[in-house]
Write a protein that binds this ligand. Sequence first.
Ligand SMILES: C[S@@+](CC[C@H](N)C(=O)[O-])C[C@H]1O[C@@H](n2cnc3c(N)ncnc32)[C@H](O)[C@@H]1O
Ligand SMILES: [Zn+2]
Length: 381
Amino acid sequence: MTESQAIPWHREGRAEFAVGTAFYRTQSQMGRDLALLAAAVYRQQHGELRVLDAMTGCGVRSLRYGLEAEADWVWANEANPDLQLLLIQNLARGLSPSTYRITGQDANEVFFRCYQQRDFYDLVDVDCFGSGAPYLSTALWATRIGGLLYLTSTDTRTTGGHNPEHSVQVYGAYARPHPAGHEQGGRLLIGRLMQQAAAQGLAIQPLFSFYNGHVHRVMVRLTNAEPWRGDQYGFLGYCHHCGHYQTLPWRQLGRAICPEALPDKPMPLVVSGPLWLGPLHDRTFLTAMAHQAQKWEWPQQQDLIALMQTEADLPPYYFTLPEMGRHGQMDIPKREALMRVLRDRGFRVSRTHFEPQAIKTDATMADCIAAARICSAESVG
Ligand SMILES: C[S@@+](CC[C@H](N)C(=O)[O-])C[C@H]1O[C@@H](n2cnc3c(N)ncnc32)[C@H](O)[C@@H]1O
Ligand SMILES: [Zn+2]
């Protein structure tokens, strides 16, 4: 039996690799594809791309950054010593020896070494397990000013608001549960990164946020130019009684009362934060990524990016259709019909990649319920 018959080879993009005992999920490919698009755009814009893949596993990302985004240099790091041989074999098959290095250190050691040696990277990819908190500020030390940082959180229990004490420990924010919990994950990560960068006298600009049903990823650009965006770093209030959402700056925390409630029955909002309240994605950067996806003939990625474009700057929450049915005490409305009626009434509205059964809009829950009633009247009439 030959070597290639004995080893089950995987293929993703242009990379071919063995997985062995490494953690590798085909379902996570979209998160990798988006990073590849961003890396390729960065390389076109800056003429150079040096990547630090801090938790590489079997090396799939390092291979793809080299082969598809045409990275000039890739540093593949993986702390698990049992994966070193696999990594050596995988990278040797796909990349030229002068374009990469492999190390087996703790990611934080790598970040500090980069800082100490003034060896900063254009793209730092941190594909960790858990909250991402242990690497959130340290990864910034290895990122070039103007460079990109791609951070992960898999702790959806905490980001969804089901462990607020833990959320305070890892994100410095009190996260509460509400129906738009999936979006909250990305916003907590961005908010924390923004605050940590500011503590170092720097700033971050969010480029895109992605949630695949299990894992949050945020891509940000590290800058020293952006001012502190205090107006977009605040709180999100939710009324469990009527489904109303409201953003709150720090100064209004004492007045977190639902405006839809009757004056004699004040309804306190459940408040999460502080978190990022500004645009989820940078439209200009997404447009460049979409062009790249078109060039590579990646239709699924193009569709996702188009959806991200429409949801980018809508309010920092979404309304789920079942919740609308519950608060309106009616059947769950059909999404497309509801969106049409809301648009006809002058509201902005979009689907959202965070939740298929939801919409993002600048209408209130009460407006949505009124629109849903029009939809049901139309379908009966
Ligand atoms: C989610 S897996 C990586 C998957 C891979 N990036 C991919 O896309 O298939 C996380 C990897 O990080 C490694 N790891 C965990 N903690 C680490 C640390 N502190 N420093 C470096 N590697 C670490 C684990 O051994 C594991 O292989
Ligand atoms: Zn209310």
